[in-house]
Design a protein around this ligand. Structure first.
Ligand SMILES: [Zn+2]
Length: 229
């Protein structure tokens, strides 16, 4: 690789992305991960690309500042579950793993295990709720997915393959119920219509009463869900 062994320094918060298709050096905000990407064509000069980033440092800093702050999983923070705020409580003296009490989530064990335990619990909740929605929509759609997987995708909330495999971002558990419901309905409708045509949207609207509000919610607030953990 052209860049190997190079010692060119980039401004803080900037990551290099070598692109096969880009024609010129550019800066792009990758909101879900909270970094600014310096997109550099494969054969461009890295030194010049770094100069370009340096020259745009003000722009980079203002973009980074405007992103929602990261929320690491820790005692005392609030995490939305199904869109409802839940207070995280570390219970080092307790046995067991993770449990919910009203609007609190209690996590036993050592503090260093708290983030992983909470993440595992949220993923399990996501799997449980998504499975229930898949079952419900399958009755209307008349088809079942070949497989349902959970991922930590930053670019897509859900996807459906031509072979009927459906994947979801586990962070949908942090969104309001109707948002998760809409994303599941969207992918389930793709089992019949693998496109975004008129018949596809007609089917989605048969599955969920409101399509526009969840879509707007995701474009307005979806980024925040990636800042947790
Ligand atoms: Zn789609």
């Amino acid at each position: 690789m052209l860049w190997k062994g190079s010692s060119v320094k980039l401004p803080p918060g900037v990551q290099l992305r070598v692109s096969e298709t880009a024609r010129r050096v550019s800066l792009r905000v990758d909101a879900p991960t909270g970094v600014v990407l310096l997109v550099v064509p494969k054969r461009a000069s890295l030194t010049r690309a770094a100069d370009f980033a340096e020259k745009n440092r003000k722009w980079i800093d203002s973009k980074l500042k405007s992103l929602p702050p990261p929320v690491p999983f820790a005692d005392g923070i609030d995490v939305p579950v199904g869109g409802q705020s839940h207070r995280i409580r570390h219970r080092p003296e307790m046995r067991g793993t993770v449990w919910r009490e009203g609007n609190e989530i209690h996590i036993a064990g050592k503090v260093e295990h708290l983030p992983r335990r909470l993440t595992d619990w949220l993923k399990a909740e996501a799997r449980r709720e998504i499975s229930a929605l898949v079952d419900r929509h399958a009755e209307v759609v008349g088809r079942r997915p070949a497989r349902v997987t959970l991922r930590d995708t930053t670019t897509r909330w859900g996807s459906c393959s031509p072979t009927g495999r459906i994947a979801f971002c586990w962070r949908l558990i942090l969104a309001p119920r109707e948002v998760m419901d809409y994303v599941v309905a969207h992918e389930m409708a793709h089992l019949v219509e693998l496109n975004h045509g008129v018949r596809f949207w007609r089917l989605v609207r048969k599955l969920v009463p409101d399509v526009d509000t969840p879509r707007r919610w995701l474009s307005d607030h979806g980024i925040r869900l990636h800042r947790y953990g």
